[in-house]
Design a protein around this ligand. Sequence first.
Ligand code: G3P
Ligand code: CA
Length: 304
Amino acid sequence: MSLTKIVSATCIVLGAALASGVVWAVDVVEADAASAWARPMLLGAHRGGKGEWPENTVLAFSEAATQYPDILLEGDLQLSKDGVVVVIHDRTVDRTTNGSGTVQELTLAQLKALDAGYHFSSDGGKTYPYRGTGITIPTLDEILQAMPKNRALFELKDGEGLVAKVVPLLRKHGAADRILIASFKPELMAAMREQMPEIATCFDRGGALALLSALRTGDWSAYEPTARMLSLPKRYIVQFKLTAEEFRKMQEKGVLIQVHTLNTPEEMDHFRAMGVDSILTDYPALLARCLTARNNQLEPRIKR
Ligand code: G3P
Ligand code: CA
């Protein structure tokens, strides 16, 4: 297949991927040395590190933030019925709590009454160490308090008026310069850019397509990225045959590359060797060990 056909096919599939929200890139571009995004990251905690702690909870975010100050924390935002920004991935509370129902149909008080540690088990269901220990679905306000200096990537999941509620919280915590915002909903990203132009946000679909197209068939020397990070599920890196050399070319333009979600030492080593800037994992301790073994200097501050 010719390169043109490969790029064309890639763009079609990538377009579909973007439409489903699985490929992200974060706006920016002009990074200076003091930028939070100029510091090495590599270690990223998917939903706060959901293999080690109950996902998207204050416990997960504060443990990960304390143990690995340079980590990139990732979490998901929605609105409760009464308009409070809460951190939870699924549309319903059923999988992660002892309750049932959709997040948007439950008030904050109803959400807070649920046990968000109920279903967590790290031994295949033999034990549930966090049941009944008071772990709740957190508000974004609580999560930001738990990570006062750390970097995070928040995904806007759903909820009318979500952006208008997120923006003042980020400003209240002075977090704009260390938070990335992503969403699979273009209208939420547009609202975010309009209401908080100073924050790093996701590329629109066309921007990511333009990046790949310029890289493979366009005038790459003239291309100016509108993003600092391209975040890809590992399967798309394989499917689109993205190479270390292509990553390097993007990075030369100031684009950071993130891959998710990696949970085995083999895939962590593989993508680290490709030169990605950030890896999201459910198991930060495992990733930290892999990176430390490769001299990436990410020993946890608190030894376990
Ligand atoms: O950052 C990418 C990652 O968050 C996508 O996975 O399904 O956990 O939102 P998901
Ligand atoms: Ca997410």
